[in-house]
Write a protein that binds this ligand. Structure first.
Ligand code: SF4
Length: 244
């Protein structure tokens, strides 16, 4: 597999937000979202075998099983140190190696999250994985790339995420959510303000392309049953920091 980095931080943008997590960041993406904060993943990285990735995850995240038995339940009922997120880039571009890796990590007892753009087919992802699936909005420059067939792969573990740059994106997300009754398909629907590509070092919402307060007011006005998501790692560390 082509891997950019494997590291430990806090999960930053889902219903698992704030929980310590081991991240496996895969190289390459076939989309080019205008506000992408992960362009450093488009090329490079290093080749690692499945064994090497597994060993590194275990080194950072172990002991998952032992602690699970000794200390049942931290946040969300997840045993300490057992949360692992596969992200990118677009991880499903390496589907051939990624599916066996996910199967191995599930067997070892990890709780697995998969962050994906929603453009690649997801039917082969093991059902026990929590998929966090983007639907790209028009303001991303990649609107229309969501693979509609992926709606049928969603389970009550999964989450759908819209990253919003402006009011037009919000209206797209609102209408898509209603039209496809997303809140009945998944564990959560996340509306998250996009961040500017050139953030100031300040850890505040001035770096958001869409003011979270404005977004909150729109959600309340429209009575939507969605979660406003903020990328908390960009409020904890300087927004341009990598590997957090
Ligand atoms: S899908 Fe993700 S990694 Fe790819 S360009 Fe868009 S934001 Fe960046």
């Amino acid at each position: 597999m082509q891997i950019i980095e494997i590291y430990r931080s806090l999960q930053g943008e889902s219903s698992f937000t704030g929980i310590p997590c081991t991240f496996v960041r895969l190289a390459a993406c076939n989309l080019r979202c205008v506000w992408c904060d992960s362009e450093y993943t488009f090329t490079g990285g290093r080749k690692m075998t499945l064994d090497e990735v597994e060993q590194e995850v275990m080194r950072l995240a172990l002991p998952a099983r032992g602690e699970a038995a000794a200390e049942p339940g931290a946040a969300k009922g997840i045993p300490p140190r057992s949360l692992v997120e596969i992200t990118g880039g677009e991880p499903m571009l390496q589907e051939r190696e990624l599916i066996p890796l996910m199967e191995r990590l599930l067997k070892l007892g990890y709780t697995l999250l998969l962050e994906t753009s929603g453009e690649r087919p997801l039917e082969k992802v093991p059902k026990a994985v929590h998929k966090i699936v983007d639907v790209k909005c028009p303001g991303s420059g990649e609107g229309g790339t969501f693979r509609m067939g992926n709606l049928e792969t969603l389970t009550s573990r999964d989450e759908i995420k819209f990253v919003l740059a402006d009011r037009a994106d919000y209206e797209f997300a609102r209408d898509f959510t209603r039209q496809h009754r997303l809140e009945h398909r998944v564990a959560g629907v996340i509306f998250s303000p996009a961040f500017t590509k050139m953030p100031s070092p300040q850890r505040d919402s001035a770096n958001c392309l869409l003011d979270p307060r404005e977004l909150a007011e729109w959600i309340l006005q429209d009575g939507l049953n969605v979660r406003l998501g903020l990328q908390i790692h960009k409020f904890i560390w300087e927004p341009a920091t990598k590997g957090v």
